[in-house]
Design a protein around this ligand. Structure first.
Ligand code: NAP
Ligand code: MG
Length: 495
């Protein structure tokens, strides 16, 4: 287990970094020479720069990935060899875990221990997919007399990964682990707000021995580098995590080239608390599922549906816990840190103001530490109840520390409310009744259903992805290896 870096390292790590793209095994500036400032959300201070890449840089990265896919040592490498490289990358990450955790924390504002948790998961992704690389194989299919038919799992080719800022390391690792295990090559576009750890991982991949051009990272703006990458005619597959609107734009771009996509587009995930639930066990999980990472989690448990007989008890216990929560700079390792940037902080504050104006009651508010730097993007946690299921607050992804409570009467009502948004990513069900556990797991439309637990972002072994507006395709676990490859059927006529 990684020991947590000290708060002093978290304040100064990465200072003065001039981040460069990693293309074809070499660190390079954007061809234009342009850069973007990197600020810490905790105080707003600029501490580093990254390359502001454009279409020409993306062209170079895709060309490097194409060359590595077609002709380099990667193209001839056995699956076991790819697995060994992935495992070695996991080890390199472990060697640099403290620095990476502190850097992730400074770049995104997340509390230090969340940075540690993210690095631990990142190591695990590479370990897991390192072990999986040579365990995926095709089948022999009984066919006509005189024939032998086989299936093979083939890589797509060049995979583009467009990564958000909320869990930059973890999401990079889940994309890269599965894509590289299957023999694809990669071009990663991290979010402009959180690119530093992706650049470090690409450097560590080179140190681990990945051939040049297999693991490329191009930083810049979504509308520039991101758009150029998703529309690139020589990209074979695009995987994206982020907002539904950007997902639509990326799918439209990939559709011009008729390329496949995986879309993980967030959620409005319910936790359903029945009157017979173990409330003592549920309570910290209900709070953590929305407070973790300041609520900036695709699988945040942002709606709590409570069976009416225990509504008042659960609401008042949650209110007491919310009132005690404090947002502080990442280095203080408090309940939550700042939000990622001023735009997100304004967006979340807008949801809160609109809900108040619509007359939705605030049951409790946490606080922002009095000494939190004025340049940071802080939002105190807010608990709303009872929320109108038709309101924006009930239906839209807020992506902040804002929790909504709803009351229900019985199973059918719980299912109706749980499924009443356009999203379907994760759900939690809290009940001791075994039959109800099974019925609810079946009836709730979500890519993952937890029973008597909840893991916001957890479980690298567990297939993950959405129904409805939450997207399509599955990541994590062995399931991701299917998305990151395609079946080739080979038919021998041997008479
Ligand atoms: P976003 O636009 O979806 O950004 C996610 C990624 O897509 C970033 O790397 C972004 O680059 C890139 N991107 C943006 N526009 C693009 C385009 N036209 N073509 C290709 N790539 C593009 O998310 P956001 O604007 O940062 O956040 C807005 C909302 O999205 C949040 O409030 C939240 O509701 C949701 N969100 C969800 C998740 C999730 O895990 N499901 C993660 C992040 C955000 P740049 O950042 O460099 O522009
Ligand atoms: Mg930043």
């Amino acid at each position: 287990m990684l020991t947590q870096p000290d708060s002093d390292l978290a304040r100064r790590v990465g200072e003065g970094t001039k981040g460069r793209n990693v293309i074809g095994g070499a660190p390079v500036m954007a061809q234009s020479g342009a850069t973007l400032d990197v600020a810490s959300p905790s105080d707003g201070a600029v501490f580093a720069t990254i390359a502001r890449s454009e279409a020409a840089d993306v062209d170079a990265a895709v060309a490097a990935a194409r060359a590595a896919f077609e002709t380099g040592p990667w193209a001839k490498m056995a699956a076991a060899g790819r697995g060994r490289l992935l495992s070695r990358l996991g080890e390199r990450i472990a060697d640099h875990a403290g620095e990476l955790a502190a850097l992730e924390s400074r770049d995104t504002g997340k509390p230090l221990r969340q940075g540690v948790a993210d690095v631990t998961a990142t190591e695990r992704y590479f370990e897991y997919y390192g072990g999986a690389a040579d365990k995926v194989h095709g089948e022999q299919i009984p066919f006509l007399d005189g024939y032998t038919a086989l299936t093979m799992r083939e890589p797509h080719g060049v995979v583009a990964g467009i990564i958000p800022w909320n869990y930059p390391l973890q999401i990079l690792a889940r994309v890269a682990g599965a894509a590289l295990a299957m023999g694809n090559t990669l071009v990663i576009k991290p979010a402009e707000d959180a690119s530093l750890t992706a650049l470090r991982v690409a450097e560590l991949a080179l140190e681990a021995g990945f051939p040049d051009g297999v693991f490329n990272v191009v930083t810049g703006l979504g509308a520039e580098a991101g758009a150029a990458l998703s529309a690139h005619p020589d990209v074979d597959y695009v995987t994206f995590t982020g907002s539904p609107a950007t997902g639509t734009a990326i799918q439209a771009a990939a559709a011009q080239n008729n390329r496949g996509v995986t879309m993980e587009l967030g959620g409005k995930s319910p936790q359903i608390v029945f009157a017979d639930a173990d409330l003592e066990a549920a309570m910290p999980v209900l709070v953590n599922a929305i407070i973790q990472n300041g609520g900036q989690t695709c699988s945040a448990g942002s709606r709590i549906l409570i069976e009416r007989p225990v509504y008042e008890d659960v609401a008042s216990e949650l209110a007491a816990r919310f009132a005690a929560l404090t947002a502080e700079p990442h280095w203080a390792d408090a309940d939550l840190g700042p939000l990622i940037n001023a735009r997100q902080a304004e967006r979340v504050a807008g949801f809160v103001a609109d809900a108040r104006a619509a007359g939705i009651a605030v049951l409790a508010e946490g606080s922002v530490a009095a000494d939190a730097p004025a340049g940071g993007h802080y939002q105190a946690p807010v608990l709303f109840g009872t929320v109108d299921p038709q309101s924006d607050l009930a239906r839209e992804e807020v992506f902040g520390p804002v929790l909504s409570l709803f009351a229900f009467d019985g199973e059918d009502d719980a299912v109706r409310l749980a499924n009443a948004t356009d999203f379907g990513l994760v759900a939690g069900v809290w009940t001791k009744d075994g039959g109800r556990q099974h019925r609810m797991a079946k009836r709730v439309r979500a890519g993952q259903v937890y029973v008597n637990g909840y893991g916001a972002g957890g479980g690298i072994e567990l297939p993950f992805g959405g129904f409805k507006r939450s997207g399509h395709g599955r990541e994590k676990g062995f399931e991701a290896l299917k998305d990151m490859s395609a079946t080739k059927t080979v038919i021998f006529n041997h008479g």
